[in-house]
Design a protein around this ligand. Structure first.
Ligand code: PLP
Length: 368
């Protein structure tokens, strides 16, 4: 039997009755855009995240883009972020014409090294954009203190951390803005593209609401050039159902991760580090190894999926070649060359985890 990286069919089967009912409700009422499910989902997410405003948008990438745009960040401005993330984090900075400034990561959490961020602040810096990579919250307290002190915007990329907490509060509510993705494989995923902006700031919420809907507050009155970046009601209706199960799914992800770590730890594998400042929700379960290609080959032979998130840090991407000429981020480069993500999802069984671990054990024995 194959073990995939994620198995979305299990969740659908479990919630099929509710999801099918919600979908047909939207189809029957034909309120597809800015309808009742969208509004209800926004209220439920605001409550869940503990923020004043939750605003549905068309993707996680758009959430980041509109957050920066709403804050008035643009050409000449610098935004500090991690080079060890999905490209969308930096794309959003480029969309508004600002410059991404990459700062190296912590070797154990893979998140932005808060200690290095301070030195990267210049007179052009307008925002700090930490990513809660793989579901572990970045170290927000020092970043927030720095941003408060220097008058910088704190934007959280929560695409992988839906439901994670830091210091007892959900990620996304710490900064000025939290940006979520509901890409199908994320911890809270829809059946297409979707995203959300969380904020306690009325001014940013108002801007985002306008920007996502063609720059209009009132129909056919357009104050600014906006976008078509709304979350549709079919997705919102599905997300409302999945949200009810999110905490349980995240607990199951953590339980699975801890079983992996216990078993892999016995083999001497470098397992994910939890810094204890937040609650990791294991969007990915990522080990470090010097024998990555050998282990991947062993897993593939046993029909077990594995993946490399991310093989090339952003400062080494072709698209940033000019911007990052001569830039070196030793920790990110080292980590990118050693990471290996294993299958993780709520429904992964202990037996499957044992099979993955046994396969890794076999792979390590072959190498030795
Ligand atoms: C998935 C992801 C995004 C983008 O979200 P989309 O909904 O796919 O646009 C942004 N940042 C990170 C870290 C992600 O993992």
């Amino acid at each position: 039997m194959q073990i995939p990286m994620v198995d979305l069919a299990i969740q659908y089967r479990e919630m099929k009755v509710d999801i099918d009912r919600a979908v047909s409700n939207v189809l029957e009422t034909t309120q597809f855009i800015m309808g009742p499910h969208g509004n209800a989902f926004e209220e439920e997410m605001a409550e869940y995240l503990g923020v004043k405003h939750a605003i549905g948008v068309s993707s996680g990438t758009e959430a980041l883009h509109l957050a920066l745009r709403a804050a008035g960040i643009g050409p000449g401005d610098e935004v500090i972020t991690s080079p060890f993330t999905f490209i969308a984090t930096a794309e959003a900075i480029a969309y508004v014409g600002a410059t991404p400034v990459f700062v190296d990561i912590d070797p154990r959490t893979f998140n932005l090294d808060a200690g290095l961020v301070v030195a990267a602040v210049t007179s052009r810096t307008r925002a700090v954009l930490p990513v809660h990579l793989f579901g572990q919250p970045a170290d927000l307290a020092p970043l927030k203190a720095l941003c408060d002190d220097r008058g910088l915007l704190l934007v959280e990329d929560c695409a992988q951390s839906c439901g994670a907490t830091y210091g007892g509060r959900k990620t996304g509510g710490w900064g000025d803005v939290g940006c979520y993705s509901f890409f199908p494989s994320k911890n809270l995923g829809c059946c297409g593209d979707g995203g959300l902006i969380a904020t306690n700031r009325d001014d940013l919420a108002e801007q985002v609401r306008m920007l996502r809907n063609h720059g209009s507050r009132e129909r056919y009155h357009h104050a600014v050039i906006g976008y078509n970046s709304r979350l549709d009601d079919l997705q919102a209706a599905i997300l409302r159902i999945k949200l009810q199960h999110l905490d349980r799914f995240n607990r199951q992800r953590r339980d699975n991760a801890h079983l992996y770590s216990r078993l892999l730890g016995e083999l001497g594998v470098e397992t994910p580090y939890e810094d204890g400042k937040g609650v990791h929700v294991y969007h990915q379960y990522t080990i470090l190894t010097d024998r990555r290609s050998e282990l991947q080959a062993a897993l593939t032979a046993a029909k077990i999926a594995s993946a490399i998130y991310y093989p090339i840090p952003l400062h080494r991407q072709e698209v940033f070649a000019e911007l990052c000429q001569g830039v070196s981020m030793p920790v990110s480069e080292q980590v990118a060359s050693r990471v290996l993500s294993l299958p993780i999802y709520p429904e992964l069984s202990p037996g499957q985890i044992e099979r993955v671990v046994d396969t890794i054990a076999g792979g390590l024995k072959d190498i030795a």
